[in-house]
Design a protein around this ligand. Structure first.
Ligand code: SAM
Length: 301
């Protein structure tokens, strides 16, 4: 089960937050060239959170350019603005509380609109893609970084490598129930990445290009870098996050077609597998190639 996102997971433990490590630097450089960031005078990051993505893109933009970051979460917006103000960026960051369905920008104001792990939380992703398009000038670009989270259920690590074929299929089935139920409850589509090309076509975007991020969430001993420590921290707090969100996960699971019996099996499985993982982490023996299937879809307005 993928860890449900909550504002707390974003705000807490900033120095050890895995969101600092969502991309490979050389891949960002490649994207900076691909998106011609040097020529982008106005960038808008919707559902910006702490502005991790616009923060790395801003480095490639010309001094005096503007980056808007919009998010519903006031605490996160304050923290993002404070961080931008305290650091020597040559672009102007303007973080503001706003709903991504109704951005406080005029039509065509931006050269580039981006979102990362935002459409997964949105009931009607098409409406938000349309709003991103509205804010971008003709010839400007819309870029979405969004996952297929179901694919992650097939990734083997040092805990799941012993599973039978049936257990591996069970893992996929559990995640599929959760994702379908979450969608039906209006919580968004955790695998919206697969639908991005269609959403972009329907929004009238052209020259649609589909890429995959080359980042994996690998963890290989020794756990001796900031990135690995952040991953260990995330895995160690997994059980806690699961317990905190258990009721919501259960309602999604059942809404998605899972039975009470299957839920009980899943809940027990989650507990025992988490204990096995923690035991391996204690011995620095947990190994994972990490998977991650994050699409980067680019369209021109
Ligand atoms: C998983 S976080 C991603 C944050 C950031 N894009 C990043 O990659 O670190 C999702 C963000 O979307 C924001 N969000 C969700 N629904 C929103 C809405 N309707 N309007 C504005 N922000 C929204 C949440 O508050 C959260 O900060």
């Amino acid at each position: 089960m993928n860890q449900p996102f909550t504002p707390e997971t974003q705000l807490s433990n900033i120095p050890t937050n895995v969101r600092h490590f969502l991309w490979n630097d050389d891949y960002i450089e490649l994207l900076a060239h691909k998106l011609d960031l040097q020529k982008v005078r106005t960038l808008v990051d919707i559902g910006s959170g702490l502005g991790y993505l616009s923060g790395v893109f801003a480095v490639y933009m010309r001094p005096g350019s503007t980056v808007y970051g919009f998010d519903l979460d006031e605490a996160v917006i304050k923290q993002a603005q404070a961080f931008a103000d305290e650091n020597p960026y040559s672009v102007n960051f303007k973080f503001q509380v706003a709903d991504v369905h109704q951005l406080p920008l005029t039509d065509g104001q931006a050269d580039l609109a981006i979102c990362q792990h935002v459409l997964v939380h949105i009931k009607d992703a098409a409406a938000v893609v349309a709003e991103m398009c509205r804010t971008v000038r003709p010839g400007g670009k819309v870029v979405a970084f969004e996952p297929n989270s179901l694919a992650q259920s097939l990734v083997l690590d040092s805990v799941s490598s012993t599973y039978t074929i049936q257990q591996r299929l069970d893992q996929v089935r559990y995640q599929a129930y959760y994702e379908r139920g979450k969608r039906h409850l209006g919580g968004g589509d955790d695998s919206v990445g697969d639908r991005l090309p269609q959403l972009f076509l329907d929004a009238g975007l052209t020259n649609i290009e589909v890429r995959l991020s080359d980042k994996s969430a690998a963890l290989v001993p020794p756990y001796d870098t900031d990135e690995k420590r952040a991953r260990v921290h995330e895995l160690r707090t997994w059980g806690e996050a699961y317990r905190a969100n258990r009721d919501y996960i259960r309602s999604c699971f059942l809404k998605g077609g899972g039975s009470e019996t299957e839920w009980a099996e899943f809940d027990e499985w989650e507990r025992t597998e988490n204990a096995r993982m923690l035991e391996q982490l204690d011995r620095e023996a947990f190994v994972s190639a990490g998977g991650l299937m994050t699409y980067i879809v680019i369209g021109t307005r």
